[in-house]
Design a binder for this molecule. Sequence first.
Ligand SMILES: Cc1cc2nc3c(=O)[nH]c(=O)nc-3n(C[C@H](O)[C@H](O)[C@H](O)COP(=O)(O)OP(=O)(O)OC[C@H]3O[C@@H](n4cnc5c(N)ncnc54)[C@H](O)[C@@H]3O)c2cc1C
Length: 245
Amino acid sequence: MTTPDRALVIAGAGIGGLALAAGLRKQGLPVTVFERRNNLAEVGAGISLWPNALAALDQLGLGAEVRSLGGQVASGGLRRPNGTWIQRVDRDAYETALGEPLVVIHRADLLDVLRAAVEPSSLRLGIGVEGFEVGANGIEVRLSDGSTEIAQGLIGADGVHSGVARQLWPQVHLRFAGYTAWRGIAQNGSPSRCSSHQALSGPSLLSDPAPRPVECWTSQALAVHPLFGRRHGHHPAIRAGVDHE
Ligand SMILES: Cc1cc2nc3c(=O)[nH]c(=O)nc-3n(C[C@H](O)[C@H](O)[C@H](O)COP(=O)(O)OP(=O)(O)OC[C@H]3O[C@@H](n4cnc5c(N)ncnc54)[C@H](O)[C@@H]3O)c2cc1C
C-alpha cells in the first residue's frame, strides 16, 4: 500500500527530471528530485528545441521564456565527411510543416528556466539514487548519503547510463553505434559560418576530449581543422573557413 501524501521521487535533475518536476508541481503533486551532482552548472553546449518540445514547455508555462532566451534556427544541417550535405535546415519549410521554427538555446539557460519552476526545497543536489526496493509502504529509494526515502513512485530520469533502468532491465545494455558528435559554441559573428549558432551565448569554445579548448568558427576557423582533421578527415568547409555548398 502506498501512502498518497508521500512524494514522487525523481532520480536526476537533467532536462527530463526538472521538466517533470515542474509539471508535477504545477499539478500540486509532492515531488523530490535527487541529483548526484553538487551543482547544475556544467551542462554542455547548445540544444535545438523542436516544436513538440516547445509545445511541452508551453504546457509548463515556460515556452515564452525559453523562446526569448534562445534564437530561431535560420540555417544549418548535417554534412558527410567530404562536405556534401546529408540534410539541410530549411527554416520556412519547418515553420510551414511544424508551426514554428526550431529554437536553439544554451543548455545552461534551459536548465535555469526549468530549475526556477521547481520548488527549491524539492531539489536535493549532491545526493544520488543508488537503487530501490518495492516495499509495503511504497518504493524504498536508497540514496548515496546512506539514507532511504520512501516514495509513492520513482522516476528514473538519470540519463543514458540510468541506474534505475539498469536495475529494472539488467539484460539491456548500451551499444555504441559508431557515431561521434562534436559540439561547440560560437560567438555572434559571420552568418555564413555560424548562422545556426548565432543565438548562443557564452564563451567561444570547442571542447577537445583532451580537454583542450580552442577558439573556433568566427575568429579562428582554421584552428579547428587540426582537431577535426586528426580524427575525422578534412572537412572542406572548416578547412577553407567558408560555407561550402
Ligand atoms: C551531442 C548531443 C547533442 C544533442 N542535441 C540535442 C538537440 O539538439 N535537441 C534535443 O532535443 N536533444 C538533443 N540531444 C539529446 C538530449 O541532450 C537528451 O535527450 C537529454 O539531455 C536527456 O535528458 P535527461 O534529463 O533524460 O538526461 P540527462 O540530461 O543526461 O540528465 C540526467 C541527470 O541525472 C543525473 N544522474 C545520473 N545518475 C544519477 C543517479 N544515480 N542519481 C541521481 N542523479 C543522477 C545526472 O547527473 C544528470 O544531471 C543531444 C544529445 C547529445 C549527446
